[in-house]
Write a protein of this length. Sequence first.
Length: 229
Amino acid sequence: MTPEAEGAYIHLLCVEWNTDDCSLPDNDEELANLSRLVEKWFNHKDKILKNFIRKVGKLYNERLLKEREKQAKWREKSSLAGKLSAEKRAKGGGNSKVGSSLVQPKGNTQSQSISLLTQSQDSISTPSECYETPTKIMEDFKISFTKKNDRYKTLVGAVTARWNIPDSQVNAEIEKFINYWTEKTRDGKKERWQTEKTFEVQRRLTTWFLNANKFVAKQQQRGGLGRIS
């Protein structure tokens, strides 16, 4: 995929995850708007839709469905553990570690897309109103990175789902991305990203990982590092 198609695909994963049944409408007009490609949708449609299956007028990404099921099971176990812990404390059992013994499932725990991290949550349901100022988007992105909050975890999950790479490697690349684009200019008045004519975090981050993939591929040929695939 081209970087433009990659960005659209990841955003569609975001929208899909945010629906009740983890699906997308099987309708070109709606998909064109949801992907933000608009009239360019038909240029990338075939490659993007290869990643989805059709069922009763809707589209589903099989990998995302599995991640949704994984998270649902984890939440169920976590809820049960919390109840057991509360019951034990109520009976005078002291401090219980039942509720803290569960960890989130390995891999993609909240597989929403990159744009979920870079935009307000309520903007997802109205794609035509998704755009916020670049400054606010970047500030939200940096805050999420610093706090490692749920919105940050959605980013890690989205990248993990797309390229099937370890969370630790995703975190390392995102940190490099942040450090590079937030470097101050010589006069200290702006960050690097503010010197660009346009800057959309979603697309820049997609391009970043595409370039990282190419770099790792070259390293793999030389010495055997694992490729982002």
